[in-house]
Design a protein around this ligand. Structure first.
Ligand code: IMP
Length: 215
């Protein structure tokens, strides 16, 4: 089975490829020739996840590539902090740009670092440090045989991991908010834990395991 992963995030791609069982090939957007940015205009993780999968599905159809694959899936992820009533949620990627704004250095690492600095600062005087990561994965799968006989099936699955925001940054692994997130049952951040451990308990890992069950 060949599935396109509708994400430009190389870290997510690496995790998803490591999680998928043998027999399912995950193709990157680059591999299928899709080089655009997708605007995340939805107001929920579910909407944004569907927008990404739909956009790539339509593009594959318009470019005669849909029959080369078995489907497309997308991931949208949010960090939900209890003491902030679930913020930043759907705004997790661009949180540093929102009031109060945080200065960002160049590149993707600069974005991640500005977002982490904001998380630590927003919780600076809070004792409740509970939080969760939530991922919604949308799959659009072509069912049936042959170009004309194929009908699309769309479904969504969700994965959640509960945890705590740490008091400072710890570890160099992972990406995004990983150095400030301690998953429940552990005393290390996702950035300190081996990738296999993160993948086995993470929001994305859990959503992907549910996806594999329905493939
Ligand atoms: P999006 O799903 O690409 O919109 O990502 C939302 C934001 O969450 C980005 O800032 C990511 O860096 C962050 N993020 C997504 N997944 C993870 C993760 O597994 N660990 C830490 N941060 C993540």
């Amino acid at each position: 089975m060949r599935l396109v992963f509708a994400s430009n995030n190389a870290h997510k791609l690496q995790e998803v490829q490591a999680i998928m069982p043998a027999g399912i090939t995950v193709l990157s957007l680059h591999e299928v020739g899709f080089e655009q940015e997708i605007d995340e205009t939805g107001t929920t993780l579910a909407e944004n996840s569907k927008i990404k999968a739909d956009t790539v599905c339509q593009w594959l159809k318009a470019n005669g590539k849909w029959s080369d694959v078995d489907g497309v899936f997308a991931d949208d992820t949010g960090l939900e902090i209890d003491a902030l009533n679930g913020a930043p949620g759907v705004y997790t990627a661009r949180w540093y740009k929102m009031e109060p704004t945080f200065e960002k250095k160049d590149g993707e690492a600069g974005t991640f670092s500005a977002n982490r600095a904001k998380a630590l600062w927003m919780l600076r005087d809070k004792t409740d440090r509970g939080a969760q990561f939530k991922t919604v994965v949308t799959l659009i799968k072509a069912k049936g045989e042959g170009a004309d006989g194929r009908k699309d099936e769309c479904l969504q699955v969700e994965g959640i991991v509960r945890g705590q925001i740490s008091d400072a940054e710890y570890g160099n692994g992972g990406f995004g908010y990983d150095p400030v997130f301690i998953p429940e049952g552990y005393d290390k951040t996702f950035a300190e834990l081996p990738a296999e451990v993160k993948n086995s308990i993470s929001h994305r890992g859990r959503a992907m395991m549910k996806l594999v069950e329905v493939l």
